[in-house]
Design a protein around this ligand. Sequence first.
Ligand SMILES: Cc1cc2nc3c(=O)[nH]c(=O)nc-3n(C[C@H](O)[C@H](O)[C@H](O)COP(=O)(O)OP(=O)(O)OC[C@H]3O[C@@H](n4cnc5c(N)ncnc54)[C@H](O)[C@@H]3O)c2cc1C
Length: 647
Amino acid sequence: MGLPAGIVDDMALNAHIPSGPLESKWEKHQFELKLVNPANKRRHTVIVVGTGLAGASAAATLGELGYNVLSFCLQDSPRRAHSIAAQGGINAAKNYQNDGDSVFRLFYDTIKGGDYRAREANVYRLAQISTNIIDQCVAQGVPFAREYGGMLANRSFGGAQVSRTFYARGQTGQQLLLGAYSSLMRQVEAGKVTLYPRREMLELVLVDGHASGIVARNLVTGQLESYAADAVLLATGGYGNAFYLSTNAKACNVTATWRAHRKGALFANPCFTQIHPTCIPVSGSYQAKLTLMSESLRNDGRVWVPQEGGDQRLPAQIPEEERDYYLERRYPSFGNLVPRDVASRAAKAVCDEGRGVGTTGRAVYLDFADALKRDGEPVVRQKYGNLFQMYEEITNEDPYRVPMQIYPAVHYTMGGLWVDYDLMSNVPGLFVLGEANFSDHGANRLGASALMQGLADGYFVIPYTIGGYLAGRTHSTQDTAHKAFAEMEQAATNRIDKLLAIEGNRTVDEFHRELGLMLWDDCGMSRTAGGLEAAKGKIAALRDEFWQNVTVTGTPGELNQTLERAGRVADFLEFGELMVHDALTRNESCGGHFREEYQSDEGEALRDDDRFSHVAAWEFNGVGETPIFHKEPLVFENVALTQRSYK
Ligand SMILES: Cc1cc2nc3c(=O)[nH]c(=O)nc-3n(C[C@H](O)[C@H](O)[C@H](O)COP(=O)(O)OP(=O)(O)OC[C@H]3O[C@@H](n4cnc5c(N)ncnc54)[C@H](O)[C@@H]3O)c2cc1C
């Protein structure tokens, strides 16, 4: 098939990967990067949008280095960023268990887990840095779980046969964020970081093609405010809420990255969405949120469905020989710990066969009976107590007595703004960190690797690479009096006024829910060319209707959450089209992107390495217009591309 209209094959997309052997690329690059001397650091201002693990770690570290940092977030406190929700743990190649782990194995597992659609050099650096992250966090006082003798404890996550996941019960994100937050507040106290909570970045400001500031809306007063800097860092998280129902915090959105995309930043692999296999199933059409049951539960919980379809018996009444532990059966080596994309598709397959359980038939059991028998309730409670409690509060069922019911849900987005090895987008001075960038997870992220990546980006990569950019710039932080700021403030005002003037008949949430369903049905766990084609048209029509018929109450100059949500849904509507377009043009199956037309005889994802071993980076070409394609070819010199097998 030829390339669709509008596609430009641009070989100039340069990831700036350092030369030399994989193991020494990062060290060599660190040495070669220009340094900014301490006196000059004081003269540079850096904007960091986002205070999750990526943003808070970056802002704290840059402040510590001597830069002046302006830190923005939507919430009333940086501590409430979505990272706080992370449950299960953070990976690191410490090999404390002496079970065969190494930097290379973590690198290999991540490349394979991502279905060979990530950059080798970035992933290797991530594996190298992973060990430093744990030391850094322990020094901050993060209370990781420990063995009786005092050693840090580990558990296993999907896609790995070693135990390399460090954790703080089911609250790892919260504890890591408290660590990053305390470092951040130390710099606030030192006068190096200024916090701007309850601000929403609405526009990126470019001066002479360089990222030079932002326009943000003060969410309390409604005022638009301009901020200037020598570089802008976006650490604004993922866009899973495009699907409306997801495990993400309700505030997660695509606005910051989409606004930057509209100013020229390329959006990479937007169709790579992670569907997590272990979430509490949807229970009603008015539900606004889905809840994750951490992957760590699959260390001890066994996934099964009845062997026969339509079996209405209670789980306890179904004897062992009439159960199908389908993951253990299909994937004997990895069993219940296959990666998320594989486990999600397998759950969908058994439910499609009519063997799903629960009132909707769209659930499978996650059963702890064996673990409870083997280890006893106190041990299980110690490991997973808060998760079990959360499950019981939501479902009113006690998982110590009956198996949990779980089903896949949207959880994480591997796509994001395109960045080079330095985490800089194609817009000079615009860096992107954490879930907001596309960088390290290919087509499927392994569990416990998002926290690792966010903290690697913030604590250990950006402090070096930003110097390489700033050292080459003169110290002339743009003044917000520059006309580019006024222009972007005017653009933001016009958009807000337009939203408020529509006075239509449908709520913002109605549009969002409808968009989410379209994406879930046609660009969710499995996709077809026909479904994607149809979705493109439906999303475009919904977007048109939104701008004619949405109702946004209140005024611009006040706390107005309807207005906030309307702006975000408007961006999701534009973004949804890009996601679908990306999925349509990737004529292969890989990781979380499963095109039904491309599968093996056993129903596994079938890649097409000859034609699609690349990053698809899209350039904005106008609303409703075909985006322009740029290709970053992926070169694998250290791992052999094989059909992924977890059997
Ligand atoms: C329920 C759940 C459990 C998880 N558990 C794990 C786990 O155990 N291990 C693991 O590795 N990963 C886990 N993940 C994934 C992981 O939590 C996230 O990928 C990661 O925390 C993202 O961090 P971040 O810093 O990139 O972004 P976030 O934590 O999402 O922070 C985004 C920040 O950007 C700000 N922001 C966004 N838009 C704007 C704007 N326009 N203007 C101003 N500010 C803005 C927000 O206010 C916030 O401060 C989990 C995810 C979920 C949903």
